[in-house]
Write a protein that binds this ligand. Sequence first.
Ligand SMILES: Nc1nc2c(ncn2[C@@H]2O[C@H](COP(=O)(O)OP(=O)(O)OP(=O)(O)O)[C@@H](O)[C@H]2O)c(=O)[nH]1
Ligand SMILES: [Mg+2]
Length: 383
Amino acid sequence: MSKTISFVMIGGFLGAGKTTLIARLAHHYSRAGKKIAIVTNDQAFGLVDTEHLRSEGFSVGEVPGACFCCKFDDLVETAAKLSLEQLPDVLIAEPVGSCTDLMATVIEPMRQIYGDRFQVGPLTVLVKPEHGEKILSGNGKVGFSPKAAYIFQKQIEEANIVAINKIDKLSPERIGHLIESIDSRFPGKKIIPLSGRSGENFDRLVSSIENPELAKRTFMDVDYDIYASGESELGWYNCQISAEMPAVEGGNHGDTGRGKFELDRLVLQLIEEIALELRENRAEPVHLKILGQSKNMTESTHSAIANLVASDAAPELSLKSEIWTNSADLIVNARVATDPNTLEKTVKNVVDRLARRGLVELSLTGIQAFQPGRPVPIHRMTQ
Ligand SMILES: Nc1nc2c(ncn2[C@@H]2O[C@H](COP(=O)(O)OP(=O)(O)OP(=O)(O)O)[C@@H](O)[C@H]2O)c(=O)[nH]1
Ligand SMILES: [Mg+2]
């Protein structure tokens, strides 16, 4: 009899910490001797998350171009491709952070159509405190409209496990308020406050994910008009940037003839300058991330990632490469509550400005700038 694969889906809003937690979960299961496969998903191509998780040594497939629900067959096909060499024990899926209705459009079809292949676990949704506290309390300026906030709340409504993430940076009072407001608005949920970064309460999450009693069918009504217009409020922008140290005439820098730049500093500086410009345009960053990898093969296993998850959060380096290099490839993934043209101009201005300083040559390629289209799920099973 062929074995069934445990299917674990970790949802949550853009920048909630899904990839960080998935990396921790994948390391946890690998250490326990299990074979892991991961599927990432996005509206665009060229994903920071895919490169990040691959650089951690995992087998990662990507479903780009639309959300899992609209590309359900691609999800199953990608999982099958990842299983060609060796069947994984656990398949972890990261849906797009602006996606909801996953229970009816992905989880239930997985159970009903592929139940012989997959053991479908509870749907875990991470709550992003940076926008969540304002959305759930109704206090403070969220930076995007109630239609986009509708998606955030629907994600919690359908979750089997609601994981309040990033508690390492929240006071006990703030954690208490979040628990209270989630419990009063969505009673009966399994709520776990945790930190995907520090690992606090990670064990509690793992035992809940493995508890089949929590994998309940929680179907809900979704107004696809609100959902679609909420999602289309967000501008999506991806590109690649080639960063090269200019050749120094008569310089003496070994056989390359060039000096080196600090990769971590470069990705952080780009994020910081984009953050400033977005603030001037009053455009709320939902998640802006830049990954940098050296083009030099011996250094390319070290990745740098800089992130910005909200206008009132500080840009940060979530992954340090700690390398100096003379050439690097960067991937920019930006999801911001503004129109894609403004977003494209912002990134271009910043890149041009930095390049003019002459410290490093930067060239932009592979630009994708758009607003997500209306979600049209392949399946919607609510029985
Ligand atoms: N303080 C803190 N930061 C965290 C934690 N988990 C993730 N982050 C940070 O939050 C940012 C976003 O994390 P990701 O894991 O990329 O979030 P995501 O949900 O996968 O984002 P998208 O794929 O863009 O939707 C990064 O800067 C992470 O380092 C946490 O537990 N604590
Ligand atoms: Mg991610």
